[in-house]
Write a protein that binds this ligand. Structure first.
Ligand SMILES: Nc1nc2c(ncn2[C@@H]2O[C@H](COP(=O)(O)OP(=O)(O)OP(=O)(O)O)[C@@H](O)[C@H]2O)c(=O)[nH]1
Ligand SMILES: [Zn+2]
Length: 314
């Protein structure tokens, strides 16, 4: 079973629950590199999902150290990444990109070539097969507004709107493995990588109106780097769905983790929610900032500060 399939098999809420307590490998299985950066020394490879990387926190106390981060003293239950699980090396027998059409192995979804993460309960085999039903719904909506769906200006609107909605949610049809396209490179580099101000357009799952903004992503590599554009593509996978900003932020962080197993990942999302601008409280200048800090970004204040300084610099 491929790495992506395993990631995909987690529902949004499972993913959310899992990440809430995610921490990176404990000090006893880590070697210290650059400053306080940490890389797993485990050579274990192979496939693993977040779910099967959940292990109990070690019984033995962590080594006392002045550098010991406060986060490791937390009493809350923790998910620990068991090893440096990675996308399987391509030994030449497996294509990097799955065959198309891709199908699901999940019962009831055998013919499905989209919704890899199964966030949606769906029947049609392709996204386009959704169009007629969606267009009918938009037509009803127009009627519900008191409009005449048959007047000239609106005649094609239901189909246009359906196509637009499919576009706004096209992330459901994407998966990490395809998007990465093998652009993960071995590189002896352990300095922070930051790509900031990546434009993001998403759809508020509560009101079905847009929220938009920018995403900044940082990671501290452990001998693997990611093609730079892939960070922006990861943002697309998860923003082009019905979302809440908090989940979007976490999903991006987890995907970067899955892609390159870094020592840490930091994601900051700054969003403007049209549901708060055009309606409701109508606060046109409010911005929502969410962040997910994993691994060394969570544990080491200096690393986190370095990232935030880079993100906030003009
Ligand atoms: N946490 C979070 N909340 C969001 C997001 N997008 C929209 N919301 C909120 O979802 C909530 C829905 O609240 P409800 O009271 O059920 O809906 P409502 O009556 O339309 O709420 P108002 O927006 O306050 O008018 C609102 O507070 C929205 O601001 C998001 O990305 N994250
Ligand atoms: Zn909303």
């Amino acid at each position: 079973m491929s790495f992506t399939r395993q990631l995909s098999e987690m529902s949004a809420s499972e993913l959310n629950d899992a990440i809430d307590d995610t921490n990176f490998p404990q000090a006893h299985i880590l070697s210290r590199g650059r400053n306080n950066s940490v890389c797993s020394t485990s050579s274990t490879s192979g496939t693993s999902s977040l779910a099967d990387r959940v292990v109990s926190a070690p019984e033995e106390p962590l080594p006392a150290s002045s550098e010991e981060p406060a986060a490791t003293n937390s009493n809350r239950p923790r998910l620990i990444l068991k090893s440096s699980a990675s996308i399987p090396e391509n030994d030449g027998t497996q294509p990097l990109t799955p065959q198309t059409p891709r199908t699901s192995t999940t019962p009831g979804h055998e013919n499905c070539t989209f919704h890899h993460d199964l966030e949606l309960d769906h029947k049609p085999p392709t996204r386009e097969a959704l169009l007629p039903d969606m267009a009918r719904s938009y037509r009803l909506l127009l009627g519900g507004l008191g409009e005449n769906p048959d007047r000239q200006g609106l005649i094609k609107t239901p189909e246009r709107a359906a196509k637009a909605m499919l576009y706004f949610t096209k992330g459901y049809d994407q998966n990490l493995e395809d998007v990465l396209n093998g652009a993960v490179f071995d590189e002896d580099h352990d300095e922070m990588v930051v790509v900031k101000d990546i434009e993001m357009f998403s759809m508020c799952e509560h009101h079905l109106v847009p929220f938009y903004g920018k995403v900044s992503i940082g990671y501290l590599p452990c001998n693997k780097i990611l093609g730079l554009s892939k960070l922006a593509r990861i943002v697309e996978i998860f923003s082009r769905r019905l979302q809440v900003q908090e989940r979007l932020t976490k999903q991006i962080a987890v995907a970067v983790t899955q892609a390159v197993q870094p020592a840490g990942v930091a994601v900051v999302v700054e969003g403007v929610h049209m549901c708060m601008v055009m309606r409701g409280v109508q606060k046109i200048n409010s911005k929502t900032v969410t962040s997910t800090m994993l691994g060394v970004f969570r544990d080491d204040p200096k690393t986190r500060e370095e990232f935030l300084n880079l993100v906030n610099s003009k």
